[in-house]
Structure formats: structure tokens, C-alpha cells
Design a protein around this ligand. Sequence first.
Ligand SMILES: Cc1cc2nc3c(=O)[nH]c(=O)nc-3n(C[C@H](O)[C@H](O)[C@H](O)COP(=O)(O)OP(=O)(O)OC[C@H]3O[C@@H](n4cnc5c(N)ncnc54)[C@H](O)[C@@H]3O)c2cc1C
Length: 411
Amino acid sequence: MSERHVDFALIGGGLAAGNCARWLREEGADGSILIVGREPDLPYNRPDCSKQYLRGDESRDDVLFRPPDWYDEHRVEALTKVSATSLDLQQRRIGLSAGGEVTFGKALLATGANVRRLNVDGCDLDGIYYLRTLANSDTIRSEASGKRVVLIGGSYIASEVAASLTELGSTCTMVMLEPVVLSRGFGEQAGRFPQSRLEEHGITVHGDDALERFEGSEGRVTRVLTKSGLELEADAVIVGAGVVPDVALARGAGLELGESGGVHVDSRLQTPVDGVFAAGDIAEYDSVIHRRALRIEHWDVAFNHGKTAALNMLGRDQPHDVVPYFFSDLSDWVSLEYVGPAAEWDREIVRGSLDDGEFSLWYLSGGRVVAALSIGRSDDLEDARRLISSAADLGDRADALGDLSSDLGEI
Ligand SMILES: Cc1cc2nc3c(=O)[nH]c(=O)nc-3n(C[C@H](O)[C@H](O)[C@H](O)COP(=O)(O)OP(=O)(O)OC[C@H]3O[C@@H](n4cnc5c(N)ncnc54)[C@H](O)[C@@H]3O)c2cc1C
């Protein structure tokens, strides 16, 4: 490939790019579509890497966003194992690691995120794993199944991996800064029930602690030491310490980054360069619902961003007006869903029973619903979306959120 031209260049072979290609075709785009992805797989559902795929309940084909035939049928060329190495926004040209260049009419930047790596003594020992890709998931399944595993972090990734590995016969211990799992984004009330389910299944959770260092023998990790003085024997360590947006290409092209370090785009997901969009984990977009810039690393956001970007590539002038949604499954022990996100809140109202694991939790700020979380009460989230979008000050009516006899639809 020396130089060629495509109408739509979608950079990054993840969900945002895949769903953008789909919606371009569904909405009648006739031009050429090229996806450039550096992983060996076609776009796939990354959340499965810590869930069904990790447990061996799904095959590689099962997790694909679309089966391989779909790309031919819809005239979408998807390059795998190929990186976009340069982006020239004046010439509207992309350089490819496979050699050659591609000029484009419109482009989507959807390069996702990379894991945040730890930098403590012993962090280079073998047996310390991070999870972002199917390949990482394969390695963790083969190296950590049935072993003593220490998980660093109390987020959903560490919690999900602890649950999945426990199902695979591992003995799991979690070490985290937070007092309770999942409490960083959702608060302590939300995290208590999921933590109790993890503990009931034999997972030990050490909250309010921090990693000090790793120790090993013959180049392989054998122990995790914490600031509070714990010494935990480990055959494998899994780190879930968050992600950072992969903006290397965008930064190299001179695009403006937002406060969160993502690529700043307007409410139509367009960068300041006409016809160049950003979506998914890298995009910091002006939210018409939240009236502030948001960058959110959630599956559903990447999915819906892909659609909004496609519509705007076709000139539809469509603001991204979807309330962000998140889900997490700890094996089949707990399913959590959340709409928001809340940057801060001054009141939490519980609807249902926290102890029985059938509740929704409503986050309010100044009388307005800013987020809601459900365990076992998914239907409540439809009303939560409506209330978040309306930004109505509920005043005294907010109390009804916690009253199971009240009709949410009437609030
Ligand atoms: C283990 C795990 C579990 C998760 N579970 C959940 C969950 O339960 N719920 C939820 O809401 N979210 C979950 N997420 C988050 C969700 O998967 C992401 O938000 C979503 O995948 C982001 O999609 P994306 O297309 O923006 O980026 P990505 O999926 O990261 O895709 C970007 C792709 O671009 C490629 N790329 C980067 N630079 C280049 C380049 N220069 N050239 C070519 N290709 C490039 C990357 O290699 C990557 O393949 C999970 C994530 C992980 C890792």
C-alpha cells in the first residue's frame, strides 16, 4: 500500500470505531470505510475480558462486535495488527505501520486507553499482570487459575477479575486504597453489598491500605507488601489501577487536549478540525446533559459515541445526548448498573434494601438527581435517566425516591 484515499478513516480497532462503521453503513454512507487497528482481533467487546471470556465461558468469536463476514458484506475494510503511526491534519493523511499512507475525507480518532502501570520496587517481576486485551485475558487465565492471587485495586476491574478467578479455583486477596470495593466512584453504601458477596465467596478484601512493594524469587513475584504491614504470599498479581487515554497520535497531530487529558471535542464529537471526530475512551466531549466536559471510559459510552460520530460524519448535526450508562458483573453473584456520572453529590437516597441486594441508590446534588445505581432494580434507571436529563430540583419530592410505595414515574 503506497498512498490511497478513503472517505472514512476510523483509527483504533475498538468498539467506538466498529460501531461508527456500522452506523455509517446503516445510515446510508456509500463511500469507502477503513478501520485501522493495532490488535490482532477485529473490534470486540472488551468488558468480556474480565468476565465470561476470562472464565472460559465464551470463545474469541463470541466476543467479536461483528463476525468477520460482516466486514465484507458491508464493504468495511478492517486492518488488524496495523498502527496509525502519524496523522497530518492539514494534508488529511495517516501513516501506517504496515507502510504507506492513506488520505481521508473524514476521520474518527478512537484509540482508547492504556492501563496505568505501577512504579514501585519489584514492579518488573514476572507474574505481575495488567488487563486490557483478549491476549492479556488469555495470559491471566493460564497463569493465575487455581493459584494464590493478589489483586491491587478496588475498582470494578479488580473486583470482576477476583470473582472470575475465584470461579477458576484461585484464592484471591484484594488490596486497595478505598475502604470498600467500588466506593471510589459510587460511594461506600453502594460498595458494601458487592463486597459482602465477594467475601462470601472466599475473597479477602483489605481496604484502606496501599501497596508498598513486590518481592520475588528467581525473577518472579512471590509476595506483596503493603503500607500497613501486610505480607501476602502470591503466585500471581493482577493490577487494576485505572487507565490513561491513548492520545499519542492525537497529541502528535497537535490536537487540543482537555483537562482530563483526553482529546477535546464539541457536543457533536468533532475536534476543532472540520470532519475529524473523536469517540470512546479518548474523547472529552461537551455534554449537553451535564453542561460540562466529560470523559468516560465505559463500554456503552464508546458504543453510543460511535453512533453519534457516524451521524455527524454524515452531516446530521446530532448532539451527543445519551445519559452515560455503566454495568459491572461480579461473576453471576452481583450485577451492578449505573447512570450518571456524578462528579459530586450531597445526598444519597436508598430505594429498597441495601442488605438484600435489591436496591437503587440515588445521588443528589442541590436537590437534583445527578446519578443512580441499581443492584436488582434495573427498571428504576429509566426514571433516573429522565430525572438526570431534566436537571429538575426535586425539593421535598426527593424523599419519594426512597419510598417503595411511590411511583417513580410521577416524580
Ligand atoms: C477488562 C475490562 C473490562 C471492562 N468492563 C467494562 C464493563 O463491565 N462496563 C463498562 O461499561 N466498561 C467496561 N470496560 C471499559 C470498556 O471496555 C471501554 O470503555 C471501551 O472498550 C472503550 O472503547 P474504545 O473503542 O474507546 O477503546 P478501546 O476498546 O480501547 O479500543 C481502542 C483500540 O485502538 C487501538 N489503537 C490505539 N492506538 C492506535 C493506533 N495508533 N493505531 C491503530 N490502533 C490503535 C488499541 O490498541 C485498541 O485496540 C472494560 C474494560 C476492560 C479493559
